[in-house]
Ligand binder design. Structure first.
Ligand code: CTP
Ligand code: CA
Length: 225
């Protein structure tokens, strides 16, 4: 029995959370997207809000109902997500990047619906890496947490991503599990920092959100000598 009621250990924090997948238009009716539901990011936003944080949730298109008392910023493309993140970056004490950002966008977006005229090749250009940019621009004390979706060599790939992007930690999702990951209410993860690796077994995304916030707060604690 918790007679003290909910924890308020995030009071005074402003947490910027990105969630959902972005969509990159091909023409007025078609886009390139991914299967991200937004559930993990929305769960983090809800958990952080209920622990007393001010929360800004920057979300790609999602069918989810946004958590109450959270500032929701809706975006569609990777570029719009980047602009929204940079706009809110200064206010944030913690940034958690759960969004599945498009890696590529079509070089040409047709203003008319594309016609079926035989085989077609679409030229794609890479999008900006928002997480890496946020880590480069970080101010002292600001914590930057990324996510990584991996289907193989999770820890090795995740560690390489962590170092490449310069985040404080990366939450590695195994998106190949059949009960967990994309669109599921369950997830399992590895919380990876440059010096530690914490296994988080299968649990609801809402509980996992609290675990991720717990470990994020511990990053503030001075390391023992
Ligand atoms: N990310 C980002 N901007 C992008 C692509 C990814 O900010 N254009 C962020 C994601 O929000 C996530 C982290 O980078 O927090 C890792 O995303 P992931 O797709 O796993 O890594 P990538 O670097 O895109 O590598 P790849 O998809 O090739 O595995
Ligand atoms: Ca990617």
């Amino acid at each position: 029995l918790n007679i003290l009621g909910p924890r308020h250990d995030l009071a005074g924090e402003t947490i910027l959370v990105t969630a959902g997948g972005t969509r990159e238009a091909l023409d007025p009716v078609r886009f390139i997207g991914n299967r991200s539901s937004g559930k993990m990011g929305y769960a983090i936003a809800e958990a952080a809000q209920s622990r007393g944080a001010k929360v800004v949730l920057i979300s790609g298109p999602s069918a989810l109902y946004p958590p109450s008392h959270v500032e929701l910023v809706k975006v569609t493309t990777a570029d719009q997500m980047r602009n929204a993140v940079l706009e809110h970056l200064n206010d944030a004490s913690i940034v958690i990047k759960a969004a599945a950002v498009a890696d590529y966008r079509p070089v040409v977006v047709s203003d008319q619906k594309l016609k079926r005229t035989g085989p077609m090749t679409i030229e794609l250009a890479p999008t900006e890496d928002i997480l890496a940019e946020v880590a480069r621009r970080r101010r002292p004390g600001q914590l930057i947490i990324g996510f990584a979706a991996e289907t193989e060599n999770r820890v090795e790939n995740g560690r390489a991503k962590l170092l490449r992007k310069g985040a404080d930690a990366i939450v590695i999702n195994d998106v190949s599990g059949d009960r967990t990951g994309i669109d599921s209410d369950l997830n399992a993860a590895t919380f990876l920092t440059p010096s530690t690796s914490i296994e988080m077994p299968v649990m609801t995304k809402r509980r996992l959100a609290d675990r991720i916030l717990d470990e994020t707060l511990l990053l503030r604690r001075p390391k023992p000598l």
